[in-house]
Write a protein that binds this ligand. Structure first.
Ligand SMILES: [Fe+2]
Length: 448
């Protein structure tokens, strides 16, 4: 018997009870709350032939970008094979196959095919949105959502998730005013939409509205920080505001507390932990033995060669904890990814990940000229290995610091100038310009 989901799309193989559990899982996925895997498992226990439940289960693991979840994806794919599905389910099967083959672009094409036919397939849209993020595809972060908006109305269940995703896409396309407006619109519909909250947090970061950002986070903490498996990343954004204000004690307090640095082994949390400690390292802030915990968690997955963005953050933790041999093995794994030549990660690794990883090692060993040489050509194409503008800024910060430590004050000066134009209130850029001016003055005096 065919039934429909809450957005009117046909489902196969499900009882009413299983559909209710499937909708619960979708709501949890949308707000990153509860345990969507447990909910979808309960739906499948009730209705083993529920095709869309197998599909959602596959995407819950695919979007984790963690090889430890791939067996669950394969199991879900086998479950889908055994469940007699409709045409939409078969198209999702092709998308999952492409994901399993590591061909993220092909998977996104299949998801777009689905969305052209079924714009209310919010599972396809959210999965595609997260992969647009992982591929650094700012235009599709905004426009893949925009292509669905005319088919949706505010009364459609889960409308807020579209608006929140659109907000983030607008932000990554530097349309900050509209992004902020959209973010607030989504939150008015569902205050627990932590992706919309995150979009506004990005706007406040990019516009250097740090006091406001801290207030924004603190005042709404009950909505985004509780029962939420995306919360570490929002805590990371709060830590960034404090970092840029120079409040390093608060940053470390957040790292040890809700950022769960060195404690959480969820891939996205591990990335945030490395990203925060590395920024402190660049500023010469003593972080004690915190790198050890981060490196311990990274090391078992540091040679997976699955997603270059993760690999780079693994290298940060390994080298900062003195594990140079382990970091070298990560680099070898990245080289092998390129040699194998299979999947989207090949280009991401070759064009950005590998030179960045090598540059980090050069930085750690004091080879600052080499670090600069590796990073300069990469910085303008860094978007190709995914993440947000705010996350990828770590590459620019590493380049500037390598130039500074290597004594290339002319390069520091031009990079600081660029930075000040992008963020006029940036204290870091101001201090760099000040230092570079002093160094130039000293050199001029020496010559005279
Ligand atoms: Fe973010």
């Amino acid at each position: 018997m065919t039934q429909n989901d809450h957005r009117g799309l046909a489902l196969t193989g499900a009882t009413d009870n299983a559909i209710a559990l499937y909708e619960k899982a979708i709501g949890e996925f949308q707000c990153y709350s509860g345990d969507p895997v447990a909910s979808i498992d309960a739906a499948l226990a009730d209705s083993p032939d529920f095709a869309m439940a197998h599909i959602l289960r596959a995407y819950l693991f695919i979007t984790g970008t963690d090889t430890r979840g791939l067996e669950d994806v394969r199991a879900a794919r086998r479950g889908l094979d055994a469940a007699p599905g409709d045409n939409r389910a078969r198209m999702h099967g092709l998308a999952i196959d492409a994901f399993l083959a590591g061909d993220f672009e092909a998977a996104l094409e299949r998801l777009e095919d689905i969305l052209i036919l079924w714009p209310h397939d919010v599972v396809a849209l959210q999965t595609a949105h997260l992969f647009d993020f992982l591929l650094g595809d700012a235009r599709n972060l905004r426009d893949r959502v925009a292509r669905r908006l005319s088919a949706w109305t505010p009364s459609d269940p889960g409308y807020h998730i579209l608006i929140g995703m659109h907000a983030f896409g607008l932000e990554e396309c530097n349309d900050y005013a509209r992004a902020e407006e959209r973010g607030h619109e989504a939150l008015a519909l569902n205050p627990r939409d932590c992706w919309a909250h995150h979009a506004v947090a990005h706007v406040l970061e990019m516009q250097e509205r740090r006091d406001e950002g801290i207030r924004w986070m603190n005042e709404r903490e009950v909505q985004w920080a509780h029962d939420n498996f995306f919360c570490v990343h929002n805590w990371w954004h709060l830590a960034l505001y404090h970092l840029e204000q120079g409040d390093h004690d608060r940053v470390l307090e957040l790292y040890d507390g809700p950022v769960q640095g060195g404690q959480s082994d969820a891939m996205m949390d591990m990335v945030d932990a490395s990203a925060l400690l590395w920024r402190l390292k660049l500023r010469n802030i003593d972080v004690g033995d915190r790198w050890r915990g981060a490196a311990d968690i990274w090391q078992p997955v540091a040679e997976d060669g699955y997603y270059a963005f993760n690999d780079v953050h693994a290298v940060m933790a390994l080298i900062a904890d003195g594990r140079m041999a382990a970091a070298a093995r990560t680099v070898i794994a990245m080289e092998r990814t390129i040699e194998r030549g299979i999947g989207s990660n090949v280009a991401m690794t070759a064009e950005v990940g590998l030179p960045f990883a090598r540059a980090l090692i050069a930085f750690e060993t004091g080879a600052f000229d080499e670090c600069v040489r590796l990073l300069r050509p990469v910085r303008t194409r860094a978007y190709r290995f995914g993440g947000s503008h705010a996350q990828r800024d770590v590459l620019d910060q590493t380049l500037i610091e390598a130039a500074r430590r290597g004594g290339d004050h002319r390069l520091v000066k031009v990079l600081a100038s660029e930075r000040r134009e992008a963020k006029p209130g940036d204290a870091y850029a101001r201090s760099l310009l000040h230092t570079a001016a002093n160094e130039n003055q000293a050199n001029t005096t020496k010559v005279a």
